[in-house]
Write a protein that binds this ligand. Structure first.
Ligand code: FAD
Length: 393
């Protein structure tokens, strides 16, 4: 028997859970599938904390989105009566002429955001946790903070269930086919049909749309116990921080929320696939992070408490991918990752719900289109290019 519904969502991680909640809240008939039981630690949305910040060094175009995302997270907190976003401030440290400082400043100035300039000495005086190199400066954004990703996903899914969404956990989509206004889905448990489909499968996206310009990268998160007699490292005393050691060489950390100071290197991970991911963390990976801590933040270089892996799903230009399928308008693809998507999930849930139900959004998503040139000017390996496909419209 085939079950039918208006809207189907594949993947109930950050993006899918936010979308299923938005749709069901608006009264739509929606069904969501996940191959695991979210929130889980198999994809891209686990590890207890995600940074949210406004002065977006990657590009000023993200600022209006993140401003709306902040409001939407506060709304979710109110609706779910849960604390999901904690303001810690963010300290960005790099050379004055480096990408991080220039990009942050550009976004802050373009959108009139508040930030403080700190000299190296100001940083050390105010945050004795750090030992920045002599040629660096700091930018401090007071409003930035962290989100609790597993709690956010749980809040979205609870809300969706309360509003009547059908949620199918541990049921994977194995195949989909779009024809004459209907999308047919085959899962590990049955057959379904829907008028529209959202593919929000994170690092598994290419299992469902094989030749997209997406690559999965392994990332490791580490938690360290602060050394005894160190300055306090809880969120009242330590902001989230991001170091730029050289252009595109970033590492970051999050204050201690009860399980140590979290530290990770941004990018520079092994290319992988969601199924082939090496989930063990090697001692050499812990040592590489210890070396950074010893140099820049020795107080956090205590006992290694835990480490776990996660995945980035990267586009060649580092911007998101949100667009309809090149051959099937009734199928929407959302891969807002490249290592920085979580903070936007609250607003992307609303935007994806708008796109699925009206085909329109008030936000400018043109930088995230599949047809943008930047996705195809980067060199790629043995992959058929999606832009060789004809667009139907
Ligand atoms: C280490 C790390 C640190 C990060 N730090 C930040 C940060 O500080 N700030 C920030 O904004 N972003 C950050 N990100 C990025 C952010 O977490 C991701 O952009 C976001 O979580 C992606 O969400 P998603 O919904 O696309 O993917 P996921 O949350 O992985 O969801 C995909 C879901 O699809 C399901 N699925 C897949 N295939 C199928 C199928 N065939 N059938 C059914 N279900 C399926 C999976 O089980 C999964 O639940 C970080 C990511 C990592 C890994």
């Amino acid at each position: 028997m085939t079950n039918s519904c208006a809207l189907a969502i594949v993947g109930l991680g950050a993006m899918g859970s936010a979308t299923v909640a938005a749709l069901s809240r608006r009264g739509f008939d929606v069904i969501g599938f996940d191959r695991h039981r979210p929130p889980h630690d198999q994809g891209s949305s686990h590890g207890k904390t995600r940074i949210i910040r406004k002065a977006y060094w990657e590009h000023p175009l993200y600022v209006p989105l993140v401003q709306s995302a902040f409001d939407a997270w506060r709304e979710l907190e109110r609706r779910s009566s849960r604390e999901l976003l904690v303001q810690t401030g963010a300290l960005l440290i790099g050379r004055e002429e480096g990408l991080l400082s220039r990009g942050t400043r550009q976004s802050a100035v373009t959108h009139d955001l508040e930030f403080e300039d700190l000299s190296r000495d100001d940083i050390v005086k105010r945050f004795p946790h750090f030992r920045p190199s002599e040629d660096t400066v700091g930018l401090f954004e007071r409003e930035a903070g962290i989100l609790f990703p597993e709690d956010c996903i749980e809040a979205f899914l609870n809300e969706a269930a309360e509003h009547g969404a059908r949620l199918r956990f541990e049921e994977a989509i194995t195949e989909w086919k779009a024809e004459s206004g209907t999308v047919h889905l085959q899962t590990t448990a049955g057959s379904y049909s829907a008028e529209r489909l959202l593919i929000a499968a994170g690092p598994w996206t290419r299992h469902l749309v094989p030749n997209l310009p997406l690559e999965v990268e392994r990332q490791v998160m580490h938690w360290f116990e602060p050394k005894p007699e160190s300055p306090p490292s809880t969120a009242e005393h330590l902001p989230v921080f991001l170091f730029e050691e050289a252009d595109e060489q970033h590492w970051y950390g999050v204050p201690d929320f009860g399980d140590g100071v979290k530290v990770a290197i941004h990018h520079n991970g092994e290319p992988t696939t969601a199924d082939a991911l090496q989930r063990e963390v090697a001692p050499a990976e812990v040592e590489a992070v210890r070396a950074l801590l010893e140099q820049r933040m020795p107080m956090a270089n205590g006992r290694a408490l835990r480490a776990c892996v996660c995945m980035y799903t990267n586009t060649p230009d580092g911007h998101f991918l949100i667009d309809s399928h090149p051959l099937h308008d009734q199928v929407l693809i959302a891969s807002p990752c490249s290592g920085h998507g979580f903070k936007f999930a609250s607003i992307f849930g609303e935007i994806l719900a708008d796109l699925l139900t009206t085909g329109e959004t008030s936000f400018d998503l043109s930088p995230f289109r599949l047809s943008r040139d930047a996705l195809f000017t980067h060199e790629r390996t043995n992959e058929p290019e999606i832009n060789n496909m004809e667009r139907r419209t």
